[in-house]
Write a new protein. Sequence first.
Lengths: 395, 395
Amino acid sequence: MRTADRMQGVHRSYIREILKVTARPEVISFAGGLPHPDSFPADKVAQAAAHVFAEDGAAALQYSTTEGYEPLRNWIAERYAKQGLAARPDDILITTGSQQALDMVGRALCNRGEPMVIERPGYLGAIQCFSMYGVDFKPVDLLETGVDTGQLDAVLQQTGARFFYAVPNFQNPSGISYDAPTRKAVAEIAGRHGCIVIEDNPYGELRFMGEDLPPVRSYMTTPSILLGSFSKMVAPGMRLGWVYAPDGLMDSLVRAKQACDLHTATLTQRILYRYLADNDVDAHIASIRERYKTHRDLMVAAIREHFPQEVRATDPQGGMFLWCTLPQGLSAEQVFERAIQRNVAFVPGRPFYVDGTDNTFRLNFSNASPEKIEEGIARLGACLRECLHQAQSAA
Amino acid sequence: MRTADRMQGVHRSYIREILKVTARPEVISFAGGLPHPDSFPADKVAQAAAHVFAEDGAAALQYSTTEGYEPLRNWIAERYAKQGLAARPDDILITTGSQQALDMVGRALCNRGEPMVIERPGYLGAIQCFSMYGVDFKPVDLLETGVDTGQLDAVLQQTGARFFYAVPNFQNPSGISYDAPTRKAVAEIAGRHGCIVIEDNPYGELRFMGEDLPPVRSYMTTPSILLGSFSKMVAPGMRLGWVYAPDGLMDSLVRAKQACDLHTATLTQRILYRYLADNDVDAHIASIRERYKTHRDLMVAAIREHFPQEVRATDPQGGMFLWCTLPQGLSAEQVFERAIQRNVAFVPGRPFYVDGTDNTFRLNFSNASPEKIEEGIARLGACLRECLHQAQSAA
């Protein structure tokens, strides 16, 4: 059957295809991007659900407004206020995870052929989503301190792009965070070019070390958009995220959302709000941070022990991912083939680029157990050595 | 802020704007399209939720597959099998309500400028959704027996439209159902023109009188698409619906859904499935039918008593809506202005047309109590008599 032109070039997520390969129980997988299930406050969410059914009854199952559940929007606005951002509940639209927040922004704002600056490497879900709207990606390199601001300035100058999609905290896939000077510089550059920063922040709460840094938005005097998610802070299976947008944009976002699915589930919004209102969320987040820091420290140490020194790896201060770069001449997909034979998996970096770069890969450290992290990195180290040896012999 | 071109002409739902006017407690509203909250099996859904948390724990809060929860897809496929349709779970994609099912179909299949046949009047949510994809609507009149098949044939011949969006059971807004000969004829005509019928069926389970009729799809030998929803069968606030699509299309739909929101909430899918598996759903549906039949009978009787005979009203055999046609020279929006002064509300028909027709209106009978139905229709009858009198005096 003939499909719409916009579907050309939108492939099934490479990662989801890899996850099928790695479903075998003997495979140690660093491929997925799943939070650790033990980090979900399942009992407390269950209590919140019981509470909602007892108190709200049928109202929890009825249609509700497109904008989202008012107390939940209020909770989000208050949390922004603590970060010094003057958000009002009316500036918040609840979405079906932050993936739908991307979709609403693309739908309401982006024309086909629209130039959009993205990070290189960039978040795969954003590449997939904005591709559907025919966006013309303009990648700008990520350095260890964040996006290359010189390149950003030049690309905005050349292309006149109205949008820059950025993940300044513990980016997926790289784990890189923008340092404070980079945040300030991005705000200044974007403002000067009249470029709207679409600032996505699914991992911001998961900082293990160093100090929290203010969002790019807090330095901006021109309009920008923030996207948020409860997927890593509470749990992803409720699919709850949001857009925080300036005044002039909310009406279009609401119309886009209404045409798309009327509204996000009343039930999950009320359950989540009840959970947030009745529990110490910051204590919960602190426990996730502690768990993931242990995982991260183990993975970083195992990499130092087992990886050949020709392979570079990032040293993330938070989030769920670590990013590796292979020396010239090695392909991550070749390493993947070998790794999967040894029952260890990761995601080759190619889908995170719009230009086919193939010498990087992503490791997830949130989902595997500490034992599996040590064993899996050791296996992967052996594969890398073999591949390197083979490449050097061939050269 | 400049929005995308596709947002031109997509307005906020007229109905949602009307609902704001009718929020005052003294207003008797037949405007919304809400199921009656007493029809929701809230206690049993609460039990199902408790069950899910106890048995599935963290898995109910984790990411899950784009296609949807396998047991839920299996339940839907088995229900189709009882209707004689050979559905497999793999033919079903779970969506965030059937509104998102529309969106996925539009996204995966429709190019800008794509001609699409719709019913006249047509479902507002479909008009909004497909408008975003730049569809060129080709309306075909609804008769009391269903779509005008002669007109359908001619329009398909003239336009070569690849799609016909139809709501053959108790359509929103008209309450009209296709009779058996019309269903057969639509299948034959669509098949002959190579046109895909997008058959939406949110109200099919709500038949109060007459016999259930098979879907148009059951007469078709060429590909077609069925959309379904749990909103009226169980409750809308979980936002669960589906697309049942032929083999060649599912892959595109899954890619579209993945880019849009990854997947529909794991939690609501599991709760709904648990509810469906543990309860006698048909007995529940029978109780909704009984309730709505009482409402419908009361409204039909009150209309006969209070409306001037110049106003025609449909006599629906199911669903939630009744459709009124005013005599020449009366505008539904004028009647609405007067009605709202008397604290009674309905939806003027204009947004259900793509050509601005203004002499019809929709009455919802599912949501108001029996007492309010009698009182509201009496008030509305008085308004109609006044408007008619005024129009006749002016003529």
